[in-house]
Design a protein. Structure first.
Length: 373
């Protein structure tokens, strides 16, 4: 059976060069980086070189990069610290954020009684920046938590504008850049965010490793207690091979970014043109979307809606109806619920997300399979 993987917003295939680097590190630099002997020092050198590589690519200091198991972990840690230790009394977010943010905010609201305000979302998926400006006029100590690229629709939010609005003394800005790190240039010397989070498996690196950027003027309390790893902020022996794999993946992503961005963007345009030709009533969800994510409403009946992913999977095609983190849910997407009419919400919306490994033949196979549903 032919296999077509078009769910790169959920996770990406690991580049062979990354696998090779991880295997090399596991074989030659297996020491505990906290040990003082030569094996430990060698592992420590690999880890700190990786940290410097990531920092250089993002234009920040190596001391501002903290390794975590994922962006979800990093978001939980940062938001909790903001409320518990930085005196934040209010969080401003949106209802189209990843559940790593929304569920953490809900838990903090229940535990600490903070105020939560939601920025309005327009029908095209964009945010109401005027409302955000008005919300920030209140001088309550506030954390703004808004993503760069929506993981379901691909709608790109104006993170530079958000960061600019947050440049007031009583506001901190946390940004989920999971879908954009490794796929776009992010310059943290020019972009005044306080916190940024990312996961390696979204840019062709390994799962189980990510990082947080924490602006050097801010000091967080430990996420885990134990040893002195990660400046004492996250105890536990570091996974050196995963860290090295993440740094290698990000380095390769930047090295090939220009050519791969152009290739993937053209592939997305081709896919949309073919979908329109096959299904003239199909509609895109969101405008100003990222170059590798296409979310569309298809004009299918209710009975076909329920079985569409199953039918595609039976033909070897991997796509998604929303975030992989909620794939077991029968509820409609919380993101699309903020954007679509009731009539469109019951129709199947597919998230098709591309990488440089995809081809036009993959798209042709998808279109043919959809026509046979």
């Amino acid at each position: 059976m032919q296999k077509v993987y078009l769910d790169n917003a959920a996770t990406t295939p690991i580049r062979q060069e990354v696998i090779d680097e991880m295997v090399r590190v596991m074989q030659t630099d297996f020491g505990n980086p906290s040990s003082t002997h030569s094996s430990g020092r060698s592992a420590k050198a690999v880890m700190e070189t990786s940290r410097k590589t990531i920092a250089k690519l993002l234009h920040c200091s190596a001391s501002e990069i903290v390794f975590t198991s994922s962006a979800t972990e990093a978001t939980n840690w940062i938001l909790r610290n903001a409320v518990k230790d930085f005196g934040v009394k209010r969080i401003i977010t949106s209802k189209v954020e990843h559940h790593a943010t929304l569920y953490t905010v809900k838990a903090l609201e229940e535990e600490f009684g903070i105020t939560v305000d939601f920025v309005n979302v327009n029908t095209d998926g964009s945010l109401d920046y005027q409302q955000l400006f008005e919300l920030l006029q209140d001088e309550t100590k506030t954390l703004v938590s808004l993503m760069h690229v929506n993981n379901e629709t691909g709608v790109v939010h104006d993170v530079a504008k958000i960061a600019s609005l947050c440049q007031v003394p009583h506001v901190l800005f946390h940004c989920d850049t999971v879908q954009s790190v490794g796929k776009s240039v992010i310059d943290l010397q020019q972009l005044p965010v306080d916190f940024l989070v990312s996961s390696a498996h979204k840019f062709h690196g390994p799962k189980g490793i990510g990082f947080a950027f924490v602006r050097k003027s801010l000091v967080l309390q430990p996420l885990l207690f134990g040893g002195e790893q990660e400046k004492g902020w996250r105890a536990g022996t570091e996974a050196v091979h995963q860290i090295a794999g993440m740094a290698k993946a990000l380095e390769l992503a930047y090295e090939h970014m220009e050519e791969e961005t152009k290739y993937i963007a053209n592939l997305k345009l081709y896919c949309w043109a073919e979908l329109q030709a096959a299904f003239p009533q199909a509609k895109p969800n969101g405008t100003n979307t990222f170059y590798n994510i296409l979310n569309v409403v298809l004009p299918f009946s209710a009975e076909k809606t329920a079985m569409i992913l199953f039918n595609l999977d039976m033909k070897g095609i991997a796509v998604s109806r929303g975030s992989a983190c909620q794939s077991g849910s029968i509820k409609p997407s919380h993101v699309l619920a903020e954007m679509l009419s009731d009539a469109d919400l019951v129709k199947p919306s597919l998230r098709i997300s591309f990488s440089h490994y995809n081809t036009k033949a993959d798209i042709d196979y998808l279109i043919k399979a959809l026509q046979e549903v």
